[in-house]
Design a protein around this ligand. Structure first.
Ligand code: ADE
Length: 219
């Protein structure tokens, strides 16, 4: 899979791409990630990428030309183009699964400012990571990239994905590790019983209880 990220602040991604699971997925060539600074596609003096809004008003607006030129330099028949904005459809695991099936995703990050409305003619969808406003699309791009990469074959253990929260619309069951007792808090006896059928039933029951207690809206 290839993910191209259009951003004015590529350095924000350094830590994210160079640690742990994401770094390994890149090294194993399961995913290729390119950071494209669309400032380089500006045809104006000082590589200007924003300007004041027509009709007046506060703030600046990202100009359409540099972004569209950047898109056109990357786009193929397999590309799926996503605009990151708090106005988009709210992201969830179901969407992550859908996106993980594309060969090529282009993520467009704004920063501080809004996009020129004509950008909608050049994208496939608009995605928000939640109902709050961030200073830019860079963190949302990392959220989407991370949640998609971990679903790709060979990145993490398949079993972990199948059992985890949201894959069945139920939350996860509780897990414990050593020690058996910590400050009087004990690991449930059933998990130490060695009876795998009973453990499976207990876990299924706990998934339902957990979901009912914490996220009734998922049921
Ligand atoms: N840019 C600023 N806020 C955002 C959000 N919540 N989701 C996606 N992009 C954004």
């Amino acid at each position: 899979m290839k993910i191209d990220i259009l951003t004015l602040f590529p350095k924000m991604f350094e830590g994210f791409l160079n640690e742990s699971i994401i770094k390994r997925a890149i090294e194993k060539k399961i995913v290729k990630i390119n950071l494209i600074n669309f400032r380089e596609f500006s045809s104006l003096n000082n590589n200007q990428v924003d300007d004041t809004p027509y009709g007046g008003g506060a703030g600046m607006v990202l100009m359409i030309e540099p972004i569209v030129k950047a898109i056109e330099s990357l786009k193929t028949k397999d590309s799926h183009i996503i605009l990151l904005s708090p106005q988009g459809k709210v992201y969830n695991e179901k969407k992550a699964i859908k996106l993980s099936n594309y060969k090529h995703i282009i993520l467009i990050c704004g920063h501080y400012e809004g996009f020129d409305e004509r950008i909608y003619e050049f994208i496939d969808e608009e995605v928000s990571i939640g109902d709050y406003v961030l200073t830019g699309g860079e963190i949302p791009a990392m959220v989407i990239t991370d949640s998609v990469i971990r679903l790709l074959d060979g990145v993490i253990n398949k079993e972990s994905i199948e059992n985890e929260s949201f894959s069945s619309s139920l939350l996860d069951y509780p897990t414990y590790t050593k020690p058996r007792e910590f400050r009087g808090l004990k690991v449930p006896d059933i998990l130490l019983s060695g009876d795998h059928k009973k453990i499976k039933e207990w876990r299924e029951q706990k998934q339902k209880e957990n979901t009912f207690k914490k996220r009734k809206d998922l049921l």
